[in-house]
Design a protein around this ligand. Sequence first.
Ligand SMILES: Nc1ncnc2c1ncn2[C@@H]1O[C@H](COP(=O)(O)OP(=O)(O)O)[C@@H](O)[C@H]1O
Ligand SMILES: [Mg+2]
Length: 263
Amino acid sequence: MLELKDVSLIFNASTVHEKKALDHFSLTIEDGDFITIIGSNGAGKSTLLNAIAGTLEIDEGSIFMDQKDITFMPEHKRANFIGRLFQDPLKGTAPHMSVEENLGLAFCRGKKYNPLSKAIRKKDRPLFKEVLKPLELGLEERLNTQVGLLSGGQRQALTLCMATIVTPKLLLLDEHTAALDAKTSEQVMNITQKIVETHHITTLMITHNIALALKYGNKTLVMNDGKISFMLEGEERKKMSVEKLIQLYSQKTDQMFADRALL
Ligand SMILES: Nc1ncnc2c1ncn2[C@@H]1O[C@H](COP(=O)(O)OP(=O)(O)O)[C@@H](O)[C@H]1O
Ligand SMILES: [Mg+2]
């Protein structure tokens, strides 16, 4: 469904600060894949998602979505079929608007009517309640609450609903639970899993937590220095432990797995 062919992305080209954040990177993502992505800080993980979303223009190579060349498609057009979440819970929602206004905005993605029309909101209210209920956070009873008053975990859960209320072809998650405490992070991961499974959404999830990377999804992509170091899937992935993965990483890259948290 998504194909990156020989993609390179260079920051500060032809200066002393030149950095090849993606280095002849090729990857084929199948329909329904849930790929977790790990790698040291600076490996190029966020840059990869930025290149796919069109936030950053690539310098070489091409990107295809369902056989269509989207290499030069602008970010706002790709947003019609790509949902995105970041580490910062403040990034995906409008704090001074209510839960239902935020959902209303998200629901209008790619449609042509005024998202703030009250009539539309009233009509859509049952749907909003339906998408919020499975979160089990009671948000379906708080449609008029200002989003700025919600906790970080509630906001990330709401952002997930907003990113998927119009089912995207692809969901990009960049350490979306890293800013949350352990319990909330687990809750948001369970919600993520539920939404991805229910709607069969092809998903790429960056995490710095190797245990999470092995627990969720069907494949794990390990990145190093703008390239794929290795990809785990099938039996090999099922048998993989955090310790073995760290060992494999240092064998393949000649480096220690250096990151904020491993477990
Ligand atoms: N806007 C930018 N300008 C210059 N260099 C950048 C920029 N964004 C990222 N980089 C560099 O590109 C490399 C990859 O960064 P990034 O994709 O953010 O890594 P990761 O998400 O794996 O930690 C790093 O060396 C980083 O310093
Ligand atoms: Mg990053």
